[in-house]
Design a protein around this ligand. Sequence first.
Ligand code: HEC
Length: 172
Amino acid sequence: MFDTMTLTKVVGGLCGTLLVFLLGGWAADIIYSGGGGHGEVAQAYSIPVEEGGEGGGAQEEAVPFEEIYASADAGAGEGVWRNCRSCHALEEGVNGTGPSLHGVVDREVGAYPGYSYSGALKAVADVWSPENLDGFLAAPRDYAPGTKMTYNGLKDAEDRANLIAYLATIGG
Ligand code: HEC
């Protein structure tokens, strides 16, 4: 029943069908994604969403820290320091409830002489870079679970940047 000729026709037919499918798919790709018609329609809808700007607060959070820090005001940060001085001193070697923050910017984490740390800070960071300080001060106990710094955090990103700029002027 199956002579060579029949087999050749069957195989040839299958290959031809496959080729049509492949070419068809390829052509569809070109028409739908290369042509850009659909893509542009979708974009036209997304633009007003971006400009909607309802959550002013959320947009503020989206500004990268480096940008806020680049225009930080150390003078204003000196005023923010009052949140910290009940527990920290800026003088060298003076530890209170918390360690001295003399030269804390770019200082090794959890390593100030004579202070007994919880160990929670070292577990999450190596150096108090401005970025790390920003993350820690926003929400100390989220950033370093188990820290004994019982401070709720500075919610305002500008306050944090100003304070870090002020701390950077002390020692170091
Ligand atoms: C209620 C007391 C308290 C307040 C207020 C407080 N801290 Fe702390 N802080 C601590 C304690 C305690 C530690 C040690 C944490 C540990 O070992 O887990 C600490 C640790 C730190 C460290 C880590 C220092 C190091 O050597 O690794 C930094 C930085 C810091 N505090 C900054 C601040 C800043 C800035 C403020 C003000 C916005 C502030 N703290 C407010 C008690 C406080």
